[in-house]
Design a protein around this ligand. Structure first.
Ligand code: GRF
Length: 218
């Protein structure tokens, strides 16, 4: 078997996406292995999920650094020390600077709880309900310096119901995230997804019915 890509997951909290990434990468013949979890918060529940799965963890509190660059340098050193090739943001609540994003160009993934480019930023479900849109969902994408922007790897659509609350919508979108993110990581790690002219093109990939991915090139 060829060597799997050592992947780090950056978290700040609950870690449910982290859990699905760990579970998916434990299956046979997957291209990525979760080799490190970094949290900027010592109380992140996701750290216990990583520990329980035997994945090394590293707490790097942003407050311990006087500048953003110093904080990101510490993250970058940890990534290098663990021989990391790919990084997944999964509920990591710090904005990363253009320096870090450029350093990990096309090797840095994120999951966002809306159908980007709609509803970038925080409080997506509240804004979705306020706007009365009929569909929302999630987006797995490569990270660029602009917040919640970058080539889209996969999206899943979630219909908005008349009686939805922020919580009920968040629950269904989160379930969609858990289907999208492991697939997006696998596509990138296996090389079946590539960036061409800032769009992701895929190499004849089949997806579950409810996950939308960019079409393969002609
Ligand atoms: C998810 O909704 C993700 O889309 C957003 O933050 C949340 C993280 O949840 N970026 P979890 O920590 O993975 O459970």
């Amino acid at each position: 078997m060829t060597e799997r890509l050592r992947t780090a997951v950056l978290i700040s909290g609950r870690g449910s996406n982290l859990r699905t990434l760990i579970e998916a990468s434990a299956r046979p013949r997957t291209a990525a292995e979760i080799a490190l979890v970094i949290s900027n918060r010592a109380d992140a529940a996701g750290l216990a999920i990583a520990g329980g799965a035997g994945v090394p963890t590293n707490v790097i509190p942003h407050r311990a650094f006087s500048t953003q660059v110093a904080f990101e340098n510490a993250i970058d050193h940890a990534l290098q020390d663990h021989g990391i090739a790919l990084v997944c943001l999964a509920g990591f609540m710090r904005v990363l600077s253009p320096w870090f994003v450029e350093r990990w160009h096309d090797r840095l993934l994120n999951i966002h709880p809306s159908l980007l480019p709609a509803f970038r930023g925080l409080d997506t479900h509240r804004r979705v309900l306020a706007e009365g849109v009929r569909f929302t969902g999630c987006t797995a994408h490569l990270v660029r310096a602009e917040v919640d922007a970058g080539p889209i790897i996969a999206q899943a659509v979630v219909p908005v119901r008349q009686d939805d609350t922020e919580d009920s919508l968040a629950e269904r979108v989160l379930a969609a995230e858990h289907r999208c993110y492991p697939m997006a990581l696998e596509l990138i790690a296996s090389g079946r997804a590539r960036v061409v002219d800032e769009r992701v093109v895929l190499d004849g990939v089949m997806a579950p019915d409810d996950v939308v991915i960019n079409p393969a090139p002609e």
